[in-house]
Design a protein around this ligand. Structure first.
Ligand code: GAL
Length: 336
């Protein structure tokens, strides 16, 4: 082949490949299956949350890799443009036992917010365990805070605190359409609280609502003028029928809680962690993000992500099946 042809063929081949990629069919999301990242390793982002910064989605969660150092707790970050294929970015936090808790302490449900004003990434997490002499169990009940100038770490631990003076157990993250950021936290004696973050996200500014329901894995989505809140009952790692309520404003009043699926299905073995809204050119899809916990082999815990049937005050989790999401149009197609 002449050099002339070679030189002109290469850009053409590259263009063809780019074009093929642009029109490639969306990748399948397979609820409950091993979900490999770009390295072929099962994603470690349990109890996680997803944020979108420009065109990229970032998924943060508990990294429970089997070979993690035993004295630390880990948070990992992955990125994606289509919510199906995830690139491992980093173990963004490798937290030592900074609060001097007894062995067996936990860092759970990390959630990262991007503050456009300060250009900082702010991570909230649930820190728990017991201080020496306190017995065992989840007694600490605090929120931990860590920050970073870059999405992929390393995050610096700032402090832990009781949110607005209350117990803080499972946390959830909600960013409203106007960009306001909220932390949801379970306050065991009372229910779950929705609280607004301060302008720099480094503190909790005020309580918006106490929903007097005992729910973990709390999550909220704002869809067609209504707020939908979901959560699970307090059954630890075992699945239970997750429930939802609606309200016209975050302050409430909230409706009674109803099942998100047939109660016998036990949320198909999963527990809520987030409701992710994808606004496309023709459709808005709300994804239920849940964890299928495997308490004895935590590194193998799975994810149950499904597009919800939602609208007019109703929310329903369809039976899990493989599905695809067209990230441009927002259209989700569940396999027959
Ligand atoms: C669940 C909670 C998990 C973890 C687990 C421990 O209820 O949602 O994040 O704390 O209990 O038993």
């Amino acid at each position: 082949m002449s050099n002339f042809i070679k030189m002109n063929l290469r850009p053409a081949v590259v263009l063809c490949l780019l074009a093929a990629n642009a029109f490639a069919a969306p990748r399948t999301i397979n609820p409950g299956a091993v979900w490999p990242d770009d390295r072929g390793k099962h994603i470690q982002a349990h109890g996680g949350g997803v944020i979108k910064v420009e065109d990229t989605y970032y998924w943060f969660g508990e990294d429970r890799s089997r070979d993690n150092e035993r004295d630390r707790r880990f948070v990992s970050c992955y990125s994606s443009r289509d919510l199906a294929q995830w690139k491992f970015r980093n173990q963004v936090l490798k937290l030592a036992n900074v609060e001097s808790l007894q062995p067996g302490w936990v860092l759970e449900r990390p959630k990262v917010f991007y503050n456009a004003r300060t250009q900082k990434y702010v991570m909230y997490m649930h820190l728990d365990g017991a201080l020496p002499g306190e017995g065992k169990g989840y007694k600490f009940a605090r929120v931990g805070l860590a920050t970073c100038d870059h999405v992929e770490g390393d995050y610096s631990y700032v402090k832990s605190f009781r949110p607005l003076g209350h117990e803080g157990r499972d946390i959830g993250q909600f960013i409203d359409d106007d960009g306001t950021a909220y932390l949801i936290f379970e306050d065991r004696p009372f229910g779950f609280r929705i609280a607004k973050l301060s302008g720099d996200y480094l503190a909790i500014e005020k309580e918006i609502c106490l929903v007097p329901a005992h729910l973990e894995g709390g999550a909220i989505v704002h869809y067609q003028g209504l707020y939908y809140a979901i959560g699970s009952a307090l059954t630890g790692w075992s699945a239970n029928p997750n429930k939802y309520a609606t309200a016209k404003s975050l302050e409430g009043p909230w409706s009674e809680f109803k099942d998100i699926a047939h109660p016998n299905a036990n949320t198909y073995g999963s527990q809520s962690t987030m409701l992710l809204k994808v606004v496309g050119s023709t459709k808005t899809t709300v994804i239920f993000m849940g964890d299928i916990w495997k308490p004895r082999t935590q590194w193998d815990s799975r994810y149950l992500w499904m597009p919800l049937e939602i609208g007019d005050g109703k929310l329903w989790l369809p039976e899990p099946r493989e599905w695809t999401l067209d990230i441009k149009t927002g259209e989700a197609v569940i396999a027959k």
